[in-house]
Design a protein around this ligand. Structure first.
Ligand code: ATP
Ligand code: MN
Length: 464
């Protein structure tokens, strides 16, 4: 079908030429025998104005031009007398592809986020979600572009896995077994030998371990794919199915890693400012009027690099000075989101890379510092979001890694392939995981992670 996209039609100055556009009616008004349609086709946040004279169209067609209806409009591109738009179309032919009656759920303006989640199949047609999903696309492109430019290879790690990266029990099991007739052994344990994979498997919570295999062969790799966590935490920052970007680099130390985290995330934010201007301006006006300022702010300064121990001191100082927090904050505690946000938003007013965490709160694969109590983690904490990146230098010493695995009482049976990286040609290496939706939250100013992915999966919610 030959058509001009609205984004191109709005830029076109070839006035007098014939043009065909297709899209959905955002609104229609009329007076004195003339009607005006705001038409949007998703290519841009902006609508194109269609002007028509009642006398040139049959009554039935005009009646069918309602909010939400889908049209093909052929007409003449003319200079617009109206302010704020260069061109508009004088309609000569209108075909209604799809009518839309008043049961259409997006007729009223100002519907709540909660309501829009119940019509997630339709909400991409709203201005806000259109903007969010165009930005989401742009961020995916920025990520691939950054890594490609910097010589990283896109490495595909499996989604179905027999290993549990973090040793945590928050995985979704994958099985073809008939759950009504589970085969069990003498001890009453489920026997997986007749299951599809012949063993218990689940959806991945992280591609990191396999990513390390890639990095210790190709030098620098990244993954970018879906990740699944059955965390029963109903927060505005957690999804059960989210997308994660996990670069993994051989021959990187902690400084290299922090430099990459900062450079990468600034590149993405700059990309949004350079490529998503119209959508950002819309969101800045309608959703969060400090958004663009905040994005530009992140680019201005260097991120603060703050050892965990120092961070806890600052927090305890604040508590002594009367600052109230919901959760306690002692050395050794995992910092709560409120603590992270205090450091970022109130104390430093800049993003913070927090480093060198107590080993008790971090994963087994992180490189142990010489003090024997802290590990070389490098998490990036952002305003509004809290943790956006979780990163670390990996322990490359086989002996130290085994000691830590032993100390935690972990089974190595299913990890032998991972340990082989340390057995043969082990190398210093590091990597991080960025939650894609947390980045989108930051870049769009949206408040809830359910509103930056088209079809969110959260506890008790798997619709569409
Ligand atoms: P949090 O403490 O916020 O739950 P985490 O410590 O579990 O995060 P990691 O395991 O380090 O996070 O995962 C790397 C990144 O993935 C995080 O920094 C975050 O951006 C993102 N992430 C983690 N869990 C989720 C989730 N359930 N939904 C969306 N993004 C997530
Ligand atoms: Mn978590």
């Amino acid at each position: 079908m030959k058509r001009t996209k609205v984004i191109d039609a709005l830029k076109c100055t070839d006035f007098g030429s014939e043009i065909t556009v297709m899209g959905w009616v955002r609104s229609k008004r009329g007076s004195k025998g003339i009607f005006f349609i705001a038409l949007n086709d998703g290519s841009t946040i902006k609508n194109i104005q269609i002007v028509g004279e009642d006398q040139n169209f049959d009554e039935e067609t005009i009646k069918q031009i309602t909010t939400g209806a889908c049209l093909r409009v052929k007409g003449v591109l003319v200079e617009s007398p109206a302010a704020g738009q260069a061109s508009e179309i004088q309609a000569k032919e209108i075909e209604v592809f799809g009518t839309c009656d008043n049961t259409y759920p997006l007729q009223k303006k100002g519907a709540s986020w909660e309501y829009l989640r119940t019509v997630a199949h339709m909400r991409p047609r709203t201005n806000t979600f259109g903007a969010v999903f165009r930005i989401r696309h742009n961020m995916a492109m920025a990520i691939h572009s950054y890594f490609h430019e910097h010589g990283f290879f896109y490495f595909h790690t499996p989604l179905i896995t027999a290993s549990d990266c973090e040793g945590a029990g928050n995985m979704f099991q994958v099985t073809t077994k008939n759950l009504y007739e589970l085969k069990k052994d003498e001890q009453g344990k489920i026997d997986y030998s007749d299951d599809f994979f012949g063993q218990q498997v689940a959806l991945t919570v992280s591609g990191q371990l396999e990513g390390e295999l890639g990095a210790t062969a190709l030098g620098q790799i990244y993954t970018f794919g879906p990740t699944f966590r059955a965390e029963n935490s109903n927060t505005p920052r957690h999804l059960a199915e989210f997308w994660m970007i996990e670069p993994e680099m051989a021959f990187y130390d902690k400084e290299d890693l922090m430099d990459l985290e900062e450079d990468f995330i600034k590149y993405c934010v700059r990309w949004a400012l350079d490529n998503c201007r119209d959508d950002l301006e819309f969101l800045n006006k309608m959703v969060d009027n400090t958004l663009i300022e905040r994005l530009e702010g992140v680019l201005k300064d260097s991120f603060v690099r703050l050892p965990y121990t120092k961070g806890v001191e600052i927090l305890q100082e604040a508590i002594k000075g009367g600052r109230k927090f919901e959760f306690p904050c002692q050395w050794g505690d995992d910092l709560a989101s409120e603590h992270e946000r205090y450091l970022v938003e109130e104390y430093f007013k800049k993003p913070v890379i927090m480093t060198d965490y107590p080993k008790e709160i971090k994963a087994f694969y992180m490189k142990l510092n010489e003090d024997g109590r802290t590990m070389q983690g490098t998490d990036v904490l952002f305003p509004q979001i809290g943790e956006i990146i979780g990163g670390s230098v990996r322990e490359e010493s086989y002996d130290k890694l085994m000691a830590e695995i032993g100390r935690r009482g972990m089974e190595t049976e299913k990890l032998e392939w991972y340990l082989d990286t340390r057995r043969w040609g082990s190398c210093p290496h590091a990597g991080f995981g960025l939650g894609f939706e947390r980045l989108i939250l930051f870049v769009t100013g949206m408040q809830n992670i359910r509103d930056v992915i088209p079809f969110p999966r959260t506890p008790k919610n798997c619709e569409f």
